[in-house]
Ligand binder design. Structure first.
Ligand SMILES: O=C(O)COP(=O)(O)O
Ligand SMILES: [Mg+2]
Length: 236
């Protein structure tokens, strides 16, 4: 039955589809300076992205050499972050080169596309809409869409389910260790992009393929689609 379902490509958002770091780091620095703390350099802050807004604030706060954040302070800073970021989603954020063309190639070949991101669902929908690609995706699932979020594999499997696909015919595409471990835990093959946000080079984290430009995504994904578990061969 599942082989009747269409193949599905599930994309991470920040650092995979779009270079969102400049606007996320600006929002983080808005929070830090509001707390009378010095802003972080872009280079220091960008690789803290990947586990959601609260994790970014916590890491940024720790990096500035502060004692651990209290829960009440976190909630206040989180509100400041979200409020600022929602008003500044697209100041500098851009799609990575070749994204719309690559998505169309998959769609024209009958693939279903979905997004599984640790960004909040509402911001993800808004951002993908502003970037002009929201309509390519059958499901866009954020950190708050389900009771689970990456690296919990249920975030990924429920996204696939919502898009009408099956994990057996799915491939994950992401930029971080979080994406790779989520895909592994769900039993999916995974393609990593090296231009996103990761404190360790993603090539070292064992993705099935490494793709440095979206023009090469189709070949990589179709090579590994349908390979699960032990029949998978790493070629990067
Ligand atoms: O916003 C984040 O920290 C992570 O988002 P991503 O899951 O799309 O990389
Ligand atoms: Mg990411």
């Amino acid at each position: 039955m599942t082989d009747k379902l269409p193949p599905i490509a599930v994309f991470d958002l920040d650092g995979t589809l779009a270079d969102t770091a400049p606007d996320l780091v600006a929002a983080l620095n808005h929070v830090l300076t509001g707390e009378n703390l010095p802003p972080l350099s872009f280079e220091r802050a960008r690789d803290m992205i990947g586990s959601g807004a609260r994790a970014l604030i916590r890491r940024g706060f720790d990096e500035a050499g502060n004692p651990p954040v209290e829960d009440a302070d976190m909630e206040r800073m989180f509100r400041v972050f979200i409020d600022y970021y929602e008003r500044n989603l697209l100041n500098e954020t851009r799609l990575f080169p070749g994204v719309p063309e690559a998505l169309d190639r998959f769609r024209n070949a009958g693939w279903v596309l979905a997004v599984c991101t640790n960004k909040f669902e509402n911001q993800s929908l808004q951002l993908l809409d502003l970037l002009g690609i929201a309509d390519r995706f059958t499901a866009i699932c954020g950190r708050d869409t389900f009771p689970y979020y990456k690296p919990d594999p249920r975030h990924l499997t429920l996204t696939i389910d919502r898009a009408g696909g099956s994990p057996v015919r799915a491939v994950m595409i992401g930029d971080s260790g979080t994406d790779i471990s989520t895909a592994r835990a769900a039993g999916l093959p995974v393609v990593a992009v090296p231009f996103g946000y990761s404190d360790v080079p993603v090539a070292e984290l064992g993705p099935d393929r490494l793709v440095a430009h979206f023009d090469d995504l189709w070949t990589a994904v179709t090579e590994i689609a349908g390979s699960h578990g032990s029949d998978r061969k790493t070629t990067i």
